[in-house]
Structure formats: structure tokens, C-alpha cells
Design a protein around this ligand. Structure first.
Ligand code: FAD
Length: 515
């Protein structure tokens, strides 16, 4: 059922059992789970069904740390959320990502990877991925061309990835949501403040506005913030009528531990031998590849070297964009053009690949690293002094990295270079900055993957995390968070598959609570 909030009477009160704030990857995944349930679900989406520059402008914020994408370009503010832009690259987090690692401060999840397996399998269906299978040998059985490099897997292994179409959730699931009698989608409903009771131990309701100035209130038995990592933190911090520091922020943790994946061109791989090495396993073509491998360091090596987790993908050598940071080559204009181009993007990639091969470049590949960022309390989202058009303080992002982040890059390539050399597969040449000391400044190619994680991290101890292992905000009985904001560590894999899996887990938990 769909209601445009602009048609409501000013001062209305909307009531339900479960209220979800935000209809992006997390909010829609959860709403789908409740279709046909006996509970009344209120799904509040700030935007409408299409991109609107005025709505998008509400996302603008300050960038005060390392350079970052403009915040108003890094997330989409309408039904479907940022799945309107995402590329669909998916892989699971590795078991080591869930462990407390004594060389990675603040690491460790409250459960092991195996606990997430059933939810990952369900998330595969939501994101329309292939079979829940990430073993390279199994993929080779399906397709004999997918041959991993003959490396020692106790040093460097082939980590599998899968690719969603990509599923644009706003389009794919619009009819299902609109057709559901018990799910009430309110579009143009911008949540401005979470109103807590006197002791700030429970949420009483939400103050919601439309861009045209209408105000209404939503009351439910339980509330879930699914507004994306930066906006979830902003909402909690700006909900400061009862507690000056904001809700859930007793221990000054809301907004802290903001994490990205460091996605950076880091070197070149050149294949050795009479014939160019077989790289079909590592190749990628937009719109066609369903699964491919990337190279990653084995757990034992990560422990021995005391480094972060990372994977590296191979790209044809002649791609002129490979030396640039993601901030330089993935500007909002480039993204808009890619979307407009639709299938033509796949054709262009194919032509580029063929040109590279004709030039004999099938032996040479750029190495694009994707590395987890160490959890860092100083890397954080706070409130700006500037306010948006509705009077809400804007977000202020201070993205910071540590020496561990820098050293891990160097060690990764040291191990990879030795192993591909030993196995006679090829040679690795690192970019000069990779070899610099860990305290050297980051190069201008420092870049992220548009992956926002942390800010309301999960931990059983309220002094170390904003949400508990069930994703409920510590100290607030009826408020939970869905999305990558709850990740305690970032893993090397892109976040959406894991955040959808966690959302399905939260949904199951709330079903037993609200039965
Ligand atoms: C260019 C790009 C490429 C990407 N590629 C990948 C990829 O290949 N693989 C991958 O795993 N991830 C990728 N991502 C990241 C992926 O898009 C996010 O992980 C995912 O969309 C986050 O889901 P979410 O539900 O937390 O947030 P969103 O999808 O952003 O949804 C949040 C929703 O909340 C709404 N909202 C916000 N504030 C309010 C409010 N106050 N009141 C009401 N509603 C509100 C928003 O309008 C939005 O609809 C990419 C991102 C970008 C930008």
C-alpha cells in the first residue's frame, strides 16, 4: 500500500507495529520479509520514486578528514536507496573477519561467520545472485575455463565473487511492496527526529516532515533505522531533545568507527611463461560475468604478518583510468553517464578488453586492491554547524586512516609478489607509494569504494558498541539499526550482501519479539 505523505493532514498521527526508516537495500529487504504478516508495517521513505535534486541536497555535508566523495553524491535519496547506483559486486566476509585479532584494535564480532551462512543464502535470493557457493573448485566444476592460478593456497588463495544484475531494489520490488496490504509505504516522509520518553529508555514516536512543510508523527511498537550508515548516525545525534549528546550516545560512540574499503590501483601484474597465463578466472565483463576470482592472503599469513584483510582484482593494463583514485574517475557526472549508457557500458568494456589483447597486453594487468579499513574511533561522523533546508544539522565526515592500513598494503604486495614469482606465474610491480613508510602521507590516489560502514557498531558491551548483538540500540528498548552501520569490522568484501544478511537476521529476531 502506498501513501504519498504530502496528502496527509498536517499534524496527523500514523500508527503501526513496526516502523522502518528508509527504503533502500536494508529497509526493502526487511519490508519484504513482513509481507502477509499480521503486523502493520510502516515504511517511511524520505524521497519519492525518482531522483529529485532538492531531496538529494538534504544529504550534502562537510568533509573535513581525508578527501571523500561529496556526500550528496555518495548515497541516493529516494525509494530503492543507493541500489539505484550500486554495481552489484558481492562476496561473503571471511571467517577471520569475525574474529578478535589482537593486532587489529577493536576487532571481533559477537558471533562467527558460520552463524551468518543461512542468512547469506537468503540474501542471495534478495539480490538475485547465483547459488550460495564461494568455493573456487566448485565454480571450476561448473565452468572448466575458471582455472585458479597455481599458487600455494596456504599463502595466496582465490576468493570468489558473484555479481548481481545489479538488482535495483526500488524497481524490482516496487510492485511487491505496493501490493502488500500490511506494509504501508509513505513516500516524501523525511524523518527529522526520534522522540524518546523522559528517561530516553524507549522511543515514543518519530517526527516526520515533507519538503513542503507538512508535519506528522509516527508511532509504533518497534522502530528500525535503515537510512544508511551516515544518515543513521546523523539522525541519532540530531535527536537531542531529551539527551544533549543524542540518542544511544551515552558513551560517545555514535558516529565513530566510520569505515570504508580502500579501493586503490596499487601495482601491475605481468604474466610469465611461453603463453600468457590463463586469466579467465579473474576476468570481468559488465553485465556478463556471474562469478570471478580475486587474489587474497591466507589467514595464516595475515596472522603472521599482522595485517588487515584485502583482495586484489586484475584489470586490463590499458585502462587509462587505472592510475586515478575512485574520487577522480567516478564523479557524479561519470556515474550519471554510465547509468544513461545502460548496456553500452558493457560494449565499451568489451571493446577495451579486445584492444588490450591486440596490443599484446593480455599478459599485463593493473592490480586494484580492496582492503578493509582498521576500526578507528577517530574516523567519525558528527553534526555540522550548517543546517539543511528543514533545519536539521547536516552530517560532517572526518574519514581517517591509520599506519596499520598503510603497512597492510605493503605487506600484501610483498607476499603476493614473492608467491606469483615462486610459482612461475608472473611478476608484480608495486606503485611507488605502496613501498613508502607506513607514516608517509597517503597518495592522491587514495580512494574508497562508496562503502559506508561503522558509526553504530555492534558490541555486547555498551561501552564498546552502540547496538547489541541483536542490533538493538543499547539502553533503548524499541530501537534497532539495520545496515552496514552495525559492522564492527569492514572485511575485504563489499558490504551489501552482508548488510542484507544481517537485516534478515534482525527481521527474524523482531518477528519473535513482535509476535
Ligand atoms: C556508485 C556505487 C557503487 C556501489 N557498488 C556496490 C557494489 O558493487 N557492491 C556492494 O556491496 N555495495 C555497493 N555500493 C554500496 C551500496 O549501494 C550500499 O551498501 C547499500 O545501498 C546500503 O544500503 P542501505 O539500505 O543501508 O542504504 P541506502 O540504500 O542508501 O538506503 C537508505 C534509504 O533511506 C532513505 N532515508 C535516508 N534518510 C532518511 C530519513 N531521514 N527519513 C526517511 N528516509 C530516509 C534514503 O532515501 C534511502 O532510500 C555502491 C554504492 C555506490 C554509490
Amino acid at each position: 500500500m502506498h501513501i504519498d505523505a504530502r496528502t496527509l493532514d498536517n499534524g496527523s498521527v500514523v500508527e503501526g507495529d513496526l516502523c522502518l526508516v528508509g527504503a533502500g537495500a536494508a529497509g526493502i529487504s526487511m519490508a519484504l520479509e513482513w509481507i502477509g504478516a499480521s503486523q502493520r508495517v510502516i515504511l517511511l521513505e524520505a524521497g519519492g520514486f525518482d531522483y529529485d535534486p532538492r531531496m538529494q541536497e538534504l544529504y550534502r555535508g562537510d568533509i573535513v578528514g581525508l578527501p571523500y566523495f561529496p556526500l550528496q553524491a555518495a548515497r541516493l535519496h529516494y525509494f530503492g536507496g543507493t541500489t539505484g547506483h550500486w554495481a552489484g559486486f558481492c562476496s561473503t566476509f571471511d571467517p577471520i573477519d569475525f574474529e578478535p585479532r589482537e593486532w587489529v584494535p577493536h576487532s571481533g564480532w559477537p558471533f562467527k561467520r558460520a552463524h551468518l551462512d543461512p542468512y547469506y543464502a537468503r540474501a542471495h535470493r534478495v539480490l538475485e545472485l547465483g547459488p550460495y557457493e564461494y568455493d573456487a573448485a566448485q565454480w571450476q566444476k561448473r565452468d572448466a575455463k575458471l582455472v585458479p592460478f597455481p599458487l600455494d593456497p596456504s599463502v595466496v588463495w582465490t576468493k570468489m565473487w558473484q555479481f548481481s544484475a545489479p538488482t535495483r531494489m526500488g524497481t524490482r520490488y516496487r510492485d511487491a511492496i505496493l501490493g502488500a496490504k500490511n506494509v504501508h509505504l509513505y513516500t516524501n516522509a523525511i524523518v527529522r527526529e526520534i522522540d524518546a520518553n523522559e528517561g530516553a529508555s524507549a522511543v515514543d514516536g518519530l517526527s516526520v516532515r515533507t519538503l513542503e512543510g507538512k508535519q506528522f508523527r509516527v508511532r509504533a511498537r518497534h522502530y528500525v533505522l535503515a537510512a544508511s550508515t551516515i544518515q543513521n548516525a546523523r539522525l541519532l545525534l540530531a535527536s537531542n531533545s531529551r539527551v544533549a549528546a543524542g540518542l544511544g550516545n551515552t558513551h560517545d560512540l555514535v558516529g565513530r568507527f566510520f569505515m570504508e574499503h580502500l579501493e586503490m590501483p596499487s601495482g601491475v601484474f605481468v604474466g610469465l611463461g611461453e603463453r600468457a597465463p590463463d586469466t579467465a578466472m579473474y576476468a570481468f565483463e559488465w553485465g556478463r560475468t556471474k562469478a570471478r576470482g580475486e587474489l587474497a592472503l591466507a589467514d595464516a599469513i595475515q596472522r603472521q604478518r599482522r595485517v588487515l584483510n584485502a583482495t586484489v582484482s586484475l584489470y586490463p593494463h590499458d585502462l587509462d583510468e587505472a592510475g586515478q583514485s575512485t574520487f577522480q574517475r567516478m564523479t557524479p557526472e561519470v556515474l550519471a553517464e554510465r547509468r544513461r549508457a545502460g548496456d553500452r557500458a558493457a560494449e565499451a568494456a568489451e571493446a577495451q578488453r579486445e584492444a588490450a589483447q591486440q596490443g599484446g597486453a593480455d599478459r599485463a594487468f593493473h592490480l586494484q586492491t580492496r582492503q578493509e579499513q582498521a576500526p578507528n574511533p577517530a574516523s567519525r561522523v558528527t553534526l555540522s554547524t550548517e543546517r539543511d533546508e528543514l533545519g536539521m544539522p547536516r552530517a560532517r565526515l572526518d574519514w581517517r586512516l591509520t599506519e596499520l592500513d598503510r603497512r597492510s598494503f605493503r605487506d600484501f604486495y610483498d607476499v603476493l609478489g614473492r608467491e606469483v614469482g615462486r610459482a612461475g606465474v608472473g611478476r608484480v610491480q608495486m606503485r611507488p607509494w605502496v613501498l613508502e613508510k607506513p607514516d608517509a602521507p597517503w597518495p592522491s590516489s587514495v580512494g574508497g569504494g562508496w562503502h559506508h560502514m561503522g558509526t553504530t557498531r555492534m558490541h555486547p558491551d555498551p561501552k564498546q558498541g552502540v547496538v547489541d548483538p541483536d542490533c538493538r540500540v543499547h539502553g533503548i528498548a524499541n530501537l534497532s539499526v539495520a545496515g552496514a552501520a552495525v559492522f564492527p569490522t569492514a572485511g575485504a568484501a563489499n558490504p551489501t550482501l552482508t548488510l542484507v544478511a544481517l537485516t534478515l537476521r534482525l527481521s527474524d529476531h523482531l518477528k519473535s519479539k513482535l509476535a
